[in-house]
Write a protein that binds this ligand. Structure first.
Ligand SMILES: [Zn+2]
Length: 128
């Protein structure tokens, strides 16, 4: 199988698709993070995810980060394999659907923490 290009399909920056580009540097990814109120100025994933953690102030921050990475990845795959144009709005919709499922699967002790007011603010932001 010969691929026509290794460049990112979610932006027009002609950047080779790398994990750091796809999930942090890409304008598309940054727009997707913004839909749930998260921003970073770091190209270092450890620093960026640390910033996300501080912005989220919730115990389940890692689930949110992983879920958004998954949704960005699926937008990319939908374009490559199904020809669907990547959209931060579609990514946000996908994120909300998946987040609903995460909440349903959450253990009771986590459901209690989700109900805390501070964490509720995050959920309201995600579902706005
Ligand atoms: Zn890109």
């Amino acid at each position: 199988m010969q691929l026509p290009s290794f460049n990112c399909v979610c932006c027009n920056l002609n950047q080779e698709e790398s994990l750091i580009h796809m999930f942090l540097q890409c304008n598309f990814a940054q727009n997707c993070w913004t839909t749930i109120g998260l921003q970073t100025d770091s190209q270092n994933p450890f620093v960026a995810f640390g910033q996300f953690k501080l912005q989220l102030h919730v115990t389940f921050y890692l689930e949110i980060i992983i879920l958004m990475c998954w949704c960005i990845w699926m937008q990319r795959n939908d374009f490559i394999f199904r020809g669907i144009q990547p959209s931060s709005a579609n990514c946000h919709q996908h994120f909300k659907k998946e987040f609903d499922l995460v909440i349903l699967r959450a253990k009771n002790r986590h459901k209690e923490s989700v109900s805390m007011a501070r964490q509720l603010c995050v959920i309201l932001l995600i579902f706005s």
